[in-house]
Design a protein around this ligand. Structure first.
Ligand SMILES: C[S@@+](CC[C@H](N)C(=O)[O-])C[C@H]1O[C@@H](n2cnc3c(N)ncnc32)[C@H](O)[C@@H]1O
Length: 261
């Protein structure tokens, strides 16, 4: 009989479970082996973004499904702003955007290219060289729409990394960053450090794979109001599609003057 714990860990989305654990939980690899270089045509700006993937290097060096969803939505936002699910969060420009766990950097690069935004793409230090490579490879596309991409290391849960990057952002973005449970708290800590006392919005695209991920959302809702901006149609063989969430700071009432009878 399945225990409660088994149930919590069970995979709910087997066809899109691209991650497979190795001995060390930090090192996971992909079950699929995508082409190293991917061209993404952005119809809105009639340009192509080129992204280098290094699949043999691990999960940080390849494109994940939620990133693809955000890329399509950013392209649509530029074509038809009022009818875009991202309109409410990305319409006031010029925006300063921070991307967390950028991986190949495609989301940040496309945001800079389609919105003319100033984007800082970040990831663990060993991922930064490939991020720099991709940022450099797309410098002209990004520059021609008035955008810019900066690359920096940012480890979740490290206050000194937040300090080094600063908190001058309007929006934080991320895709496919909720997977290993030991990363839930550090990711939330970085969001709290970045967003506390600020009118910043966190836009997160997420492909649900395990039931245990509900723990992340439960923890997040203690600090943020979380709502759904968009739900993608499930791809072939999947039960659920990528969901795009908006997180905003909860209004704090602690400092309110007590009501007198
Ligand atoms: C599943 S990948 C998603 C990559 C990319 N956002 C995408 O959707 O294609 C998760 C990303 O989070 C990054 N990551 C994992 N743990 C991290 C940490 N502690 N601090 C910063 N980034 C981390 C990984 O290096 C990886 O690039």
């Amino acid at each position: 009989m399945a225990t409660h714990e088994d149930d919590e860990d069970s995979i709910i989305n087997p066809f899109t479970m691209l991650l497979t654990h190795t001995e060390n939980d930090d090192r996971v690899t992909s079950l699929h082996h995508p082409a190293p270089n991917q061209n993404h045509i952005l119809r809105s700006i009639q340009s192509t973004v080129i992204i280098r993937q290094l699949p043999t290097e691990g999960l940080s060096f390849q494109l994940w499904p939620a990133a693809t969803t955000l890329v399509s939505l950013l392209d649509r936002l530029r074509v038809d702003p009022p009818n875009s699910p991202l309109f409410t969060v990305l319409s006031d420009g010029p925006l300063r955007i921070l991307e967390l766990g950028s991986g190949t950097g495609i989301v940040g690069i496309v945001a800079a290219a389609t919105l003319g935004a100033n984007v800082t793409v970040t990831d663990l230090p060993h991922v930064v060289p490939n991020l720099r490579f991709n940022a450099e490879a797309n410098r002209n596309v990004v520059g021609s729409s008035g955008g810019a991409v900066t690359v920096a290391p940012l480890r979740w849960g490290h206050a000194d990394d937040v300090e080094a990057i600063g908190r001058d952002f309007d929006v934080i973005m991320a895709s496919d960053v909720v997977y290993h449970d030991h990363l839930y708290e550090p990711l939330l800590e970085t969001l709290r450090l970045m967003m506390e006392g600020k009118k910043m919005v966190f836009v997160m695209a997420h492909m649900r794979r395990w039931k245990k991920e509900s723990v992340f959302f439960k923890k997040a809702k203690k600090h943020f109001n979380v709502d759904v901006l968009y739900t993608d149609t499930p791809s072939n063989g999947s039960r659920v599609g990528v969901i795009v969430y908006r997180f905003v700071n909860k209004v704090k009432f602690q400092n309110r003057v007590p009501h007198r009878e």
